[in-house]
Design a binder for this molecule. Sequence first.
Ligand code: SAM
Length: 323
Amino acid sequence: MKKDTQTNLIKSHKEKRVGKFGIDLGERGKYDIRNPLNELTGKEWTHFINSISETDFSSNKDELRLWKYLQDSVIPTYYTTNGKNTIGHKLRKIHPSPKPPALMKEIINFFTKSDGWILDPFVGVGGTLLGASLCEPPRNAVGIDLEQKYLDVYKKVTKQEGLKEQIVKKGDARNLDNFKEVKSKTFDLILTDPPYANMLSKKRTGGDRKDKGNFTSNQKDLGNINYKEFLNEFRLIIEKSLMFLKNKGYIVVFCKDMQPTKEHHNLLHADIIQELYKISNLQFKGYKIWYDKTLNLYPYGYPFSFVANQLHQYILIFRKEEK
Ligand SMILES: C[S@@+](CC[C@H](N)C(=O)[O-])C[C@H]1O[C@@H](n2cnc3c(N)ncnc32)[C@H](O)[C@@H]1O
C-alpha cells in the first residue's frame, strides 16, 4: 500500500486504534499498520494464504454441482475427529499424522478388486489397513512400521471397531524382502505415506500444527534423515517393494511440500517423482490433491510477507510396467 493511502486509512479510523499497531475494522478483523503490502486484515490475509482456493462460479443447479464433483481432481474431505465415525481417532491420535481410514478406503476401492492385497511399508497406526478393512468386502493388507506402539494402537482400534485385523510387522521397510508375510505374496497395490525427510522437526509448512514431533527417535526412521538421503532411501525401498507388486499394479504415495528456501524450492512431491523416474519399470501416472478441511488456517507471515498455509497433500500415482 502507498504511504499516503496508509496514512488515510490510519486517519479515517483514528478512533478505532487498538494496541500499538492495530486498527479495528469491525467484522473484517484487525488491520496492522505495519503492513507494507496490502490493506487486508489478519483474517482476510489468512483466507488468501490457504494453499487451495475453492471457486464455483458456474451454476447453482444440483446436477451440475454433482458433475463438477465427479470431475474434480481435488478430494476435499472433512473427516470428523470426534463422534461415532472417527474409527478410533482417540487412540490413533498418539501418532503425529494418522491418515483418515475413509480416504484410504476410497483409494483402495479404486485400485483393487475384492480379493486384492495391499502393502504399506510405513503403516503407522494403520490408516491404510483400516481403509482396507472398511472396503466391502474387506481387502487383505500387510503393514510394516519401526514402532511397536503404533502397531499396538492399530490392533486396539480394529478390536474396538469390530474390523478385520490385517497383518502387521515391526521392522525396517528397507528390509521388507526379509518378511515372509511380504515375500509370499503378490500385491495389487502399494499405498503408503512415508515420513518426509526431517520435516516434522523442521519449521513447518503452514497447516501442519496438528503434527506433534518426530515419529520415532530411531536412526532408521526415514523421518530422521536429511532431504537428499531421504529421497535416495525412499527410492531404494520403492524399488524393492516393486518385486512384490503385480505388473500394472499401482504405487500410491502421499506427500506434502515444505517451505521454499533460497537454496531449494522444496517441492517434495516434484523431487519424489524425479527420484522415482530412476526406476526404469515404474511410470508416473499423475496425481490427485487431498484437501484436508479439518486443518486450521493460521495467519502465517501477517503483516509482513506471504507464507503459504498448506492445507493440501499430494497423492502421487505410479504404475509398475513390464521390464
Ligand atoms: C507418515 S507416518 C504414516 C502414518 C500412517 N499413514 C497412518 O495412518 O498412521 C510414517 C510412518 O513411517 C514409520 N517409519 C519411519 N521410518 C521407517 C522405516 N525405515 N521402516 C518402517 N517404518 C518407518 C514411522 O514410524 C511412521 O509411523
